[in-house]
Structure formats: structure tokens, C-alpha cells
Design a protein around this ligand. Structure first.
Ligand code: NAD
Length: 336
């Protein structure tokens, strides 16, 4: 770990989870903005070159590691480390104990240490998965307004841990003055993330299925469920823009949704990936873990409080993501 080389007055940031998809992109963005940046993760970032000042391999469930990593009064901590993945990981049930224990421990340790070291601001990435399942039964009209969180009834243990940790950061704020800011991310996607390691989410999985079918000359892809469940997907650059705006706000701290309100069915998502590939394929519906029936980001609060909301059309984000994944799919064939 480097303690030297921080230009005086240069702002310092710690990104927990910098070996992951959003954390890696965020760490590089903060560096480009002029921060001195330290990243920490269990692993190096498999898809992104990180051009930051310091990177620590460490397990944040261990308070000794957290003590070493949070060794100063950082200007900003971004806490994105979590045990997570797409529906295949979160909804199968077989990872529930690990998800709750690992992510819970990380947040307990990081929140406590941030108070101890008088860290100036901390960002916590919660999730749309903390919203009650009973408001997400109707695919055409789900309710995910920030104030609809209670009575609580998340559809997964992953969602319950997120809700617990939100409350814990808010309690640290109330009792110890920790400047905690919380966003509830809605399906973030983009290039340089998981696409075939079992933790990939729907947009990456769809791009991979289409790219593999195109590469192998097949005319069909498989989709879990009937494909009529609805979701919205937010491109990585807009996610980071929302996070930075929330961190820079002098008056608003969340919790707030950071997501797109362009709601589509999963069947439509598949079509958009096919359009990016320039190839029409048929869809075979098979059994698989699904999650709620309908979900969309409610962006009224973010518009009101930050004067901004995401606006990039899904098609444009998928085109960029498809280009990266189809290239990875091709490289994977060459390696075989
Ligand atoms: P990711 O899995 O790519 O990144 C999470 C990182 O945390 C991984 O690199 C992992 O190795 C690291 N990590 C896990 N346990 C750790 C530990 N004990 N010590 C140190 N590092 C550890 O996920 P992501 O998509 O980049 O998501 C980042 C954050 O945003 C997570 O908190 C996630 O729950 C939240 N979120 C993401 C989405 C999304 O669509 N990607 C949606 C809602 C919320």
C-alpha cells in the first residue's frame, strides 16, 4: 500500500470492489477526474486495466484488512464490494448464506471504520432488489418509488442484505454524523463486465447468446421463462454520472434510484441484441430462475433532487456492449 505521492490538496478516494464491473469503471473515472485513487478487491479486475494509484488485494469481510485499507480520512469512499451476480446467482437460493454473510460483513466493517477514521463522505451501492416483491407483480405497472420500500418484502436474501446495509449506513449517519449517500442501482450494464462466468446479468447474457449463435451459425437462442417479464437497464456511463452527482450534492443524500425508466420485456431485450448483431434469431423459452415479474426505475425523485436523470436509449448501450462481447466471444473461439 502506498502512502506517499499524494499531491497536496489532491482529493483521495477509495473504491471497494474495484476488481468488479462498476467499481473498475468508477475507479478509472475518479482517476481521470484528478483524485488519488486506491482500489481494493478480492481479485484483480479481469476485464479492465485500472490506471489508478494503488490497488490492494484484500478481503473486506476481515476487519484487519479494512483497518489497513482505510488508513486515512479519505475524502470519498465508494463501497461497491458485494457478493453478487445475475438471476442465476441471486435467485437460485444456493448462495443465500454467503451473499448475506459476505456482503453484510463488508458493510459492517467499512461503515464502522469510516466513522473511526472520520472519512468525509461514503457512497453505498444498494439495489432495486430491496423493493417489495408485492409491488412488482404487474409487468406493465410496477411501483419502485423510493418511498414504496415499506412494508419491506424483498424477493431475495440479496435484497434483504441491501436493505439492512442501507439502514446501517443511515444509522451511522444519524448517530455518528457519517456523510453517507445511497443509490439503488437498477440493472447496470456495459462493456468489460461479467459475460460468461455465472455472474453475468441479462444484457451481457443476451449479447453472449446472440454472438455465440451468430459465430456458430445457429438460428435460435434460449431465454429463461416466457420473456414477458419487464425490466429496465442502465448503461454504465450514466450510472457513474448519477453516482458522482449524488456525491457532489450539497443537499441530497438519497436513497435514490439510479436506473433507466425505459422499460422493456426480456423478449424485447433479446431483439435489441439481435438488432445490434444484424441477425434475426428465434427464441426458445426454457425454465430458469427469474425474479420479479415487472421492474422499472422511478426517476421522479432523482430529477427533482439532482435535476438530472439518465436518458441514453437502451439500443445505444446494447450496441456498445454487443460490440465488446462479440469480440470476446470470437477471442474465446481462437483460444480453444
Ligand atoms: P461485481 O460482482 O462485478 O463487483 C463486486 C466486486 O466486489 C467483485 O469484484 C468482488 O470480487 C468484490 N468483492 C466481493 N466480496 C469481497 C470481499 N469480501 N472483499 C473485497 N472485495 C469483494 O458487481 P458490480 O456489477 O460491479 O456491482 C457493484 C455494486 O453495485 C454491488 O454492490 C452490487 O450489489 C451493486 N449493484 C449492481 C447492480 C448491477 O446491475 N450491476 C445492480 C444493483 C446493485
Amino acid at each position: 500500500m502506498h502512502k506517499e505521492k499524494i499531491v497536496s490538496k489532491q482529493k483521495t478516494a477509495l473504491v471497494c470492489g474495484a476488481g468488479g464491473f462498476i467499481g473498475g469503471h468508477l475507479a478509472n473515472k475518479l482517476k481521470r477526474e484528478g483524485f488519488w485513487v486506491r482500489g481494493v478487491d478480492l481479485k484483480h479486475n479481469p476485464h479492465q486495466g485500472l490506471e489508478i494509484d494503488d490497488f490492494v488485494i484484500g478481503d473486506l469481510t476481515d476487519p484487519v484488512v479494512v483497518k489497513e485499507v482505510v488508513d486515512r480520512d479519505f475524502d470519498e469512499i465508494y463501497q461497491l464490494a458485494a457478493d453478487m451476480g445475475g438471476a442465476g446467482y441471486v435467485f437460485s437460493g444456493i448462495h443465500d448464506a454467503d451473499i448475506m454473510h459476505n456482503s453484510g460483513m463488508i458493510n459492517l466493517n467499512v461503515g464502522h471504520r469510516a466513522v473511526e477514521m472520520k472519512v468525509k463522505k461514503i457512497f453505498y451501492s444498494s439495489s432495486a432488489c430491496m423493493y417489495p416483491e408485492y409491488n412488482q407483480m404487474n409487468p406493465d405497472n410496477p411501483n419502485l418509488a423510493e418511498d414504496s420500500a415499506y412494508p419491506a418484502a424483498p424477493d431475495s436474501e440479496y435484497g434483504w442484505e441491501k436493505l439492512f446495509s442501507e439502514r446501517m449506513y443511515l444509522a451511522f449517519k444519524k448517530n455518528y454524523g457519517l456523510d453517507a449517500r445511497i443509490a439503488r442501482f437498477h440493472n447496470i450494464f456495459g462493456p468489460q463486465g461479467s459475460w460468461r462466468d455465472g455472474k453475468e446479468k441479462a444484457p451481457a447474457a443476451m449479447c453472449r447468446k446472440v454472438a455465440e449463435a451468430v459465430r456458430d451459425g445457429r438460428d435460435e437462442i434460449e431465454i429463461w421463462g416466457d420473456g414477458r417479464q419487464t425490466r429496465s437497464f442502465l448503461y454504465i456511463d450514466e450510472c457513474l454520472e448519477g453516482v458522482r452527482r449524488l456525491m457532489d450534492s450539497e443537499t441530497f443524500f438519497g436513497p435514490v434510484n439510479i436506473g433507466s425508466d425505459e422499460m422493456v420485456t426480456i423478449n424485447r431485450l433479446a431483439e435489441i441484441a439481435m438488432e445490434a448483431a444484424g441477425k434475426k434469431l428465434s427464441i426458445k423459452h426454457i425454465d430458469g430462475p427469474l425474479g420479479v415479474r415487472g421492474r422499472n426505475s422511478d426517476n421522479r425523485l432523482i430529477k427533482e433532487k439532482l435535476g438530472w436523470a439518465p436518458s441514453l436509449p437502451l439500443k445505444e448501450g446494447i450496441a456498445k456492449t454487443y460490440a465488446w462481447i462479440s469480440n470476446e466471444v470470437e477471442k474465446a473461439r481462437v483460444k480453444k
